[in-house]
Design a protein around this ligand. Structure first.
Ligand SMILES: Nc1ncnc2c1ncn2[C@@H]1O[C@H](COP(=O)(O)OP(=O)(O)OP(=O)(O)O)[C@@H](O)[C@H]1O
Ligand SMILES: [Mg+2]
Length: 275
């Protein structure tokens, strides 16, 4: 036993339950921790509940008629479940969403201006703008281009840029790699680590691409059908046979059946209303 105090988590989620339209339960008691200035990955297949978790943290679940129906979300020690998105943005929780990441009818520069936080002074806003173009030099010559005319990779960079000028403390990223070429994804992954270093921020990253997620992250959670089924330091998770077989490679039919049986075991005992 040691008496060295443990740092407090920036984000602490306990037994979180979320339902859409009051009936369709999408998260069945998710517990996770994000320590300050770490990168944490939340990975899992289609429909696992990853986007729902990020919407619950950012407050955007209300937009889709979803609610936190149990458990808690604490940011810097304060309860924030079911708070509106603007209140969470003001606290420094910024979401890079899965879709509709940029305003297509505004230029790159205008996108950054509308996103910029009102909490920063104009000098600070200029500094954040310059930081965006330093982190994503490909965007610099495109300042005057309409965002709707950017490539998928360029849009993704602009979406990150728009989040950075919000001066986030906790950056939530939904599907970094969606629809992007592997070389673009590798480049973005390196930049996420650079952003964390430059700004000293904390990142919670959602990914279907487990290889990418565990390469960027310090710690990972695997979510299936609204339950956390595995967690651990990213390097350790990469070495786990379940991850190797079912997310990073090919499994045999028997292995798939055994794994499905494992996943379908109720994780939360009585009261767990799995869909
Ligand atoms: N607006 C909605 N109304 C009702 N159910 C929804 C809604 N959005 C998501 N769901 C359901 O909630 C569950 C979790 O969905 P979610 O979008 O969080 O998954 P995901 O892990 O982000 O999947 P993907 O990798 O496909 O983006 C799914 O069963 C999904 O059908
Ligand atoms: Mg999603």
């Amino acid at each position: 036993m040691t008496n060295v105090p443990q740092a407090a988590p920036l984000l602490a989620i306990d037994d979180l339950r979320v339902a859409y339209h009051r009936v369709a339960v999408a998260l069945h008691g998710v517990t996770l921790r994000v320590m300050p200035q770490t990168i944490v990955a939340l990975v899992g297949n289609n429909g696992a509940g990853k986007t729902t978790a990020l919407r619950a943290i950012s407050g955007f679940i209300g937009v889709d008629d979803a609610r936190v129906i149990g458990g808690s979300i604490r940011f810097a020690g304060r309860r924030i479940e079911n708070e509106p998105p603007h209140a969470n943005t003001a606290r420094g929780i910024v979401l890079v969403p899965e879709r509709d990441k940029v305003f297509p009818n505004l230029t790159v520069a205008e996108n950054l201006t509308v996103a910029a936080t009102r909490r920063a002074s104009s000098a600070e806003r200029r500094r954040l703008d310059e930081l965006v173009f330093a982190l994503f030099p490909a965007l610099a010559p495109l300042r005057a281009r309409l965002a709707g005319l950017l490539s998928g990779g360029e849009r993704q960079m602009l979406a990150f840029g728009s989040a950075i000028v919000c001066k986030p403390e906790l950056l939530l990223v939904d599907e970094l790699s969606l629809g992007l070429a592997p070389v673009v994804v590798d480049d973005l992954a390196r930049r996420v680590r650079a952003i964390r270093r430059e700004l000293g921020i904390t990142v919670l990253l959602v990914e279907q691409n487990v290889g990418v997620a565990l390469a960027i992250a310090d710690y990972g959670y695997v979510i299936e059908s609204g339950h956390v089924v595995l967690e651990g330091p990213a390097g350790e998770l990469r070495g786990r046979p379940e991850i190797q077989q079912f997310y990073l490679g090919l499994a045999t039919g028997n292995q798939v059946r055994r794994y499905r049986a494992l996943r379908e075991r109720p994780a939360n005992g009585p009261g767990d209303r799995r869909q």
